[in-house]
Structure formats: structure tokens, C-alpha cells
Design a protein around this ligand. Structure first.
Ligand code: NAD
Ligand code: DAU
Length: 350
């Protein structure tokens, strides 16, 4: 049955994937009312949404998804047909240094939204999850939707909890939840604490590129717009109660990726710096996206070569966007400092 998308709540719409999704969704569903609820933490940035600010179908509210009274007021005002929950603390390294806020937002915040959906009713609730709930792979194989949960970081444990809550609210209360689990995204507007923008921006500034451990960890990269298209397919026609894996099919070792970025920017490999490894660092991710391809007809469109080229170009052409972050008020959030990372070597490993 087709879902009504007259009024859609997008949480975390000022973040990396959320802002790309708001733009994508407004293009695809020009007559829907799009309500963006975002707390504007260090990772939320309204500069990423300048081009949709004037759209009469776009509405921004600053607020916390854990604030029950605020969330209920919003549901009461808009009578949402659907919710897409992006809002989260999203950085693994920060979850190692300070896990509490990950529980507050990713677990308590998701519960607050599910409870509001229960009280006011929605036709669909899409919980944006991650491949990190599956843990780590050896040299071969891929994660399927049937792979058991095995989270290794406070971040992935909090996202696993949110998945389980979404499932339980469907099984127990009949809230129409669907879960998407995606691999590593890259593209425009990604906060430069994450690997690809950090490497590009450091290279552009002739700064060291910090590579964790031996640099041989593997991530499966997907261009953010391909992820947005997959989420839209799930929103429009995904089966309630189901989980959909979304992957880019681009497995790359971190060290190879860092070298590729340096080469594209004409910078020397002497900028590479091997640093202390991330505790609990997952070795390899790879997604089997066969289910969403078969059932919903989605496939990623961007090749990795094209996507990385466009992404590097975007950071070269949009210095103003990231320079505000790496200097001034955002400086302390921009990248974990070497001293903070050094404390990792003291933490216990499993
Ligand atoms: P991000 O950190 O760039 O953005 C998160 C957004 O959520 C920010 O705008 C922030 O202000 C907002 N936010 C945080 N706490 C909030 C709260 N309590 N209330 C309201 N808003 C709040 O994250 P991202 O990389 O865009 O990831 C978005 C979602 O996608 C997350 O749920 C993440 O777990 C998931 N995900 C990310 C990736 C990836 O590679 N980035 C891959 C798979 C899944
Ligand atoms: O897989 C999906 C996940 O991808 C999302 O759920 C997370 O929200 C998102 O942050 C991302 O998590 P990762 O930990 O994989 O991404 P990150 O960019 O932090 O790191 C990518 C790889 O690069 C990882 O193996 C660690 C390594 N790394 C990272 C940083 C920031 C470095 O070697 N040096 C660095 O400075």
C-alpha cells in the first residue's frame, strides 16, 4: 500500500546525510511538507541547507529528539505521515571519549520519537541505522540482514539499541517501523572529523593525515546521494517490520584511500602519519545489498572513482564551508587532538 507523504518529519536534517536527504527529498516530493527537527549540535550546520531555506515546503525547528514535550508539540501541530530518524551522535571516536550523550540521543531520543509516533500515529517510521551493528568481518564475506548483532563501540551499541527499540515498537505496539542499515557514506557537507573530509582538508592545508593502526582496515564506501535514494525507496515502498542493508560495493583500505586523495590533490605521501589505533577498531565492513536491490529495485548509481572525484572537487570549491569549522568557534570539535587519542592506548581491549 502506498504511504501518504504529505507531511514528513526528518530528524537530524542539518547533519551530513540529513541535509543531503532534505535536498533530495524536496526534489523528489515537491509537494510534501518537510519538517527538519535538529538540535544543531557541533555536527549540525544550517549552512548546509542554504539552498532550500526559501522553499515554502521546508520548515526548520531547533530542538532535541529526547525532549518529550517538544516532540509531542511538533507531532500535534503537523500530524506527520512519516518519520525518518537521522538524528544521532554519529562519531565512533567521540563515543570512546564520552559515551553518555550517545545513549541520551541515540537510545533515549529514538524512544521519545517512537512514543510520539505511538501517541499520534504515523504511516511509516524509518530508523536510519548502520552496518556497525553487525560488528567486524574477517577477510571474506559480507553482512546480510540475518547477520547477528555484534556491536563493538559505544556508538554501535547505542545504534543497536535503537534498532531493537524500533523492532520492539513494531512487534509490541504495531508502530510501522522499517530499519535501514548503511555502510560508510561520503560526499558533500560531511563534517571533517570523518575520514574522507579530514584527509582532503588536511591535505589541502599540507597537514599530516592521521592513519589509525596499520591502515589496513576496510570500509565499504557509498556516495551519500545513493544512500538518500535508497532511503526514499524504503520510505515509499519498504515493507513494514523489515530491515534493508544498503552498501556501496566499494571496499577500500584506509591507507589506499588516503594515498589516492593525496595523489588526486598532488600532495606527497610524506604527509601520512600512522597514529595510535582506535580501541575496538572494526577491521572490515562489507554489505550485501541484494535484498533492497531485488525487492525495491534500488542500485547505487555513482562509481567510487566518480564519487571521490566529485567529493574532492566539492571540498576544494567550498573552502568557506569547512574553514568556518576548522577555525574559530568550531575548532575544538573539528578533530580529536593527539593528546586525546593518546589516552586510547591506555584503554583495555577485548
Ligand atoms: P551527523 O553527525 O553529520 O549529523 C547528525 C545530526 O543530528 C546533526 O545535525 C545534529 O545536530 C543532529 N542531532 C544530534 N543530536 C540530536 C538530538 N538530540 N536531537 C536532534 N538532533 C540531533 O551524522 P550523519 O553522518 O549525517 O549520520 C546521520 C545518521 O545516519 C545517523 O543516525 C548515523 O548513525 C547514520 N549513519 C551514518 C553513516 C555515515 O557514514 N555517516 C552510515 C550509516 C548510518
Ligand atoms: O559504517 C557506517 C559508519 O561509518 C557510520 O555508522 C558512522 O556514523 C560513521 O561515522 C562511519 O564510522 P567509521 O568509524 O567507519 O568512520 P570514520 O570516518 O570515523 O573512520 C573510517 C575509517 O578510517 C575507520 O577505519 C577509522 C579510520 N580513521 C578515521 C579517522 C577519523 C583513521 O584512520 N584516521 C582518522 O583520523
Amino acid at each position: 500500500m502506498a504511504v501518504n507523504l504529505t507531511s514528513v518529519l526528518i530528524t537530524g536534517g542539518a547533519g551530513f546525510i540529513g541535509s543531503n536527504f532534505v535536498r533530495f527529498f524536496l526534489r523528489r516530493h515537491g509537494e510534501s511538507e518537510v519538517i527538519n527537527l535538529d538540535k544543531l549540535t557541533y555536527a549540525g550546520n544550517l549552512e548546509s541547507l542554504k539552498d532550500v531555506e526559501g522553499n515554502r515546503h521546508y520548515h526548520f525547528y531547533r530542538g532535541d529528539i529526547s525532549d518529550g514535550a517538544f516532540v509531542r508539540r511538533l507531532f500535534n501541530e503537523w500530524h506527520f505521515d512519516a518519520v525518518v530518524n537521522f538524528a544521532a551522535e554519529s562519531h565512533v571516536d567521540r563515543s570512546i571519549l564520552g559515551p553518555q550523550v550517545f545513549i541520551d540521543t541515540n537510545v533515549r531520543g529514538t524512544t521519545t520519537l517512537l512514543e510520539a509516533a505511538r501517541e499520534f500515529g504515523v504511516e511509516k517510521f524509518v530508523q536510519i541505522s548502520t552496518d556497525e551493528v553487525y560488528g567486524s568481518l574477517g577477510p571474506t564475506g559480507k553482512f546480510t540482514e540475518a547477520t547477528p548483532y555484534s556491536p563493538n563501540s559505544p556508538y554501535s551499541a547505542s545504534k543497536t539499541s535503537a534498532d531493537m527499540l524500533a523492532r520492539a515498537w513494531w512487534k509490541t505496539f504495531g508502530i510501522p517501523t522499517v530499519i535501514t542499515r548503511c555502510s560508510n557514506n561520503y560526499g558533500p557537507y560531511q563534517f571533517p572529523e570523518k575520514f574522507i573530509p579530514l584527509m582532503i582538508i588536511n591535505a589541502l592545508q599540507d597537514k599530516e593525515l592521521p592513519v589509525y593502526g596499520d591502515g589496513k582496515n576496510v570500509r565499504d564506501w557509498i556516495y551519500v546521494e545513493d544512500h538518500c535514494e535508497a532511503i526514499t525507496a524504503v520510505l515509499e515502498k519498504g515493507v513494514i517490520g523489515e530491515v534493508y542493508n544498503i552498501g556501496g560495493g566499494n571496499e577500500v583500505e584506509n591507507i589506499e584511500l588516503a594515498k589516492l586523495i593525496l595523489a588526486r590533490l598532488g600532495k606527497p605521501e610524506s604527509l601520512l602519519k600512522f597514529v595510535a589505533d582506535r580501541p575496538g577498531h572494526d577491521r572490515r565492513y562489507a554489505m550485501d545489498s541484494e535484498k533492497i536491490e531485488r525487492e525495491l529495485g534500488w542500485k547505487p548509481k555513482r562509481s567510487f572513482e566518480q564519487g571521490i572525484e566529485e567529493t574532492i572537487r566539492w571540498y576544494v570549491d567550498n573552502r568557506k564551508w569547512w574553514q568556518r569549522i576548522v577555525s574559530g568557534e568550531y575548532q575544538k570539535y573539528y578533530k580529536l587532538q593527539y593528546e586525546e587519542r593518546a589516552s586510547w592506548s591506555n584503554s583495555k581491549r577485548g
